[in-house]
Structures are given as structure tokens and as C-alpha cells.
Write a protein that binds this ligand. Structure first.
Ligand code: G1P
Length: 189
């Protein structure tokens, strides 16, 4: 049986081609949780409506963390919207084309589904986007909001706490719980 995990994100998108057909479609990575006033996808849709071209959500990351992400090369900048001429998946620190990282939110078109499997039988979504960005620029929107990596244990705890504090129905109980923990910790210190 094929090792499905090794085929990566691009393969998952290809598997969905029969559902998406000729329509634009969104890809949302479940381990990237975005907390924002305006949903990240809605921020991307605004750019898509104007440009009618692939749009990806990005945020600035610390240079030391670039090897965890797909990184974009931004060209022309219009406020928080960038033309993207290149992408590199998980580059070494000195090879990163910028400090703008792909944040697991993509608005894509069927053109992307023509991209075939690459080296090592893997299909990286970033590599497929790189191919079409080399032909003509795609777009990135610097997302407004806080992103949590819930694939990471600490990131998961942080997201739970942050979302609990934002929700009006949860905030008082969350705050009381957090204060009780801090007081207990202070007594033990
Ligand atoms: C995936 C993508 C990467 C993106 C990241 C965001 O990587 O391949 O381009 O920056 O999600 O979380 P993964 O975290 O699955 O290794």
C-alpha cells in the first residue's frame, strides 16, 4: 500500500479535484488556527474578487523560524497585498526569500490541479504554487489576526486559552481559573 502520508499536502489537494471541479476552492490547514475579527478566508476572498488569481495567507515570522514554513518572495506591494513571484518550502535561514510565511490558508484555482507529482513521489503544494507563480505572479495577503500552531503542544494550549478569553461566555471563568493557577504557583515558588 502506498505511504499516503509521504505524498504531502499537494496530493491531498489533488485528491479533491473531483469535488472542486472547475471552481475556485479554499484550502485550510487544520493545525493552523487563526483568531481574527474578520475570518482569514474572507480576507483572502476580498483579494481574489479583485485579482481572480491564487491568493495565499501569509504572516511575518522570526527569521529563526523560516525553516518551519513555506516562504514567499514578495514583489510589488499594495498595502497588505503582495504579488508573489516565488515560494520556497522550509528554506534554510539564508535561503529564505523574505520573512513572510504561508499560514495554512489558500484560495486556489483549478490551474493548480494540473501540477503532477514531483521528486520523491511527493507533491508539495508550495512547489505547485511556485510553478504557476513563475509563469505569472500570484498574490499573498498579510493576514490580520493571531495564528496558533495547534500541531505543537504549547501552541495548542495557547490557542485554547486565547479563544477562551475572547469568548464572552467563557472569559470570566477562564480568567478566574488562570488567576487561581497563578496564585497557586506563586505560593509554591
Ligand atoms: C505546511 C505547508 C507550509 C506552511 C505550513 C503552515 O507545512 O507545507 O508551506 O507554511 O503548513 O503551517 P507543515 O506544517 O504541514 O509541515
Amino acid at each position: 500500500m502506498a505511504n499516503i502520508q509521504s505524498l504531502r499536502l499537494g496530493h491531498a489537494v489533488l485528491c479533491a479535484r473531483h469535488f472542486t471541479g472547475n471552481d475556485p476552492f479554499a484550502v485550510l490547514l487544520g493545525d493552523d488556527v487563526m483568531v481574527s475579527e474578520r475570518p482569514a478566508l474572507s480576507q483572502l476572498m476580498e483579494v481574489f474578487e479583485d485579482k481572480q488569481r491564487e491568493v495565499i495567507g501569509v504572516q511575518q515570522v522570526d527569521r529563526l523560524d523560516v525553516s518551519k514554513y513555506g516562504m514567499i518572495r514578495p514583489a510589488r506591494i499594495d498595502g497588505l497585498v503582495f504579488e508573489v513571484t516565488d515560494l520556497v518550502e522550509k528554506p534554510a535561514i539564508h535561503d529564505a526569500p523574505s520573512d513572510l510565511a504561508v499560514m495554512g490558508r489558500y484560495l486556489l484555482t483549478p490551474i493548480l490541479l494540473g501540477i503532477e507529482r514531483g521528486a520523491g513521489n511527493e507533491i508539495q503544494l508550495t512547489d505547485a504554487l511556485k510553478i504557476i507563480a513563475h509563469e505569472s505572479p500570484i498574490y499573498a495577503k498579510q493576514l490580520d489576526g493571531i495564528r496558533f500552531d495547534v500541531g505543537d503542544k504549547l501552541g495548542s494550549f495557547k490557542a485554547t486559552a486565547a479563544i477562551g478569553l475572547i469568548r464572552h461566555d467563557m472569559r470570566p471563568a477562564m480568567l478566574a481559573y488562570m488567576q487561581s493557577i497563578l496564585m497557586r504557583e506563586a505560593k509554591q515558588a
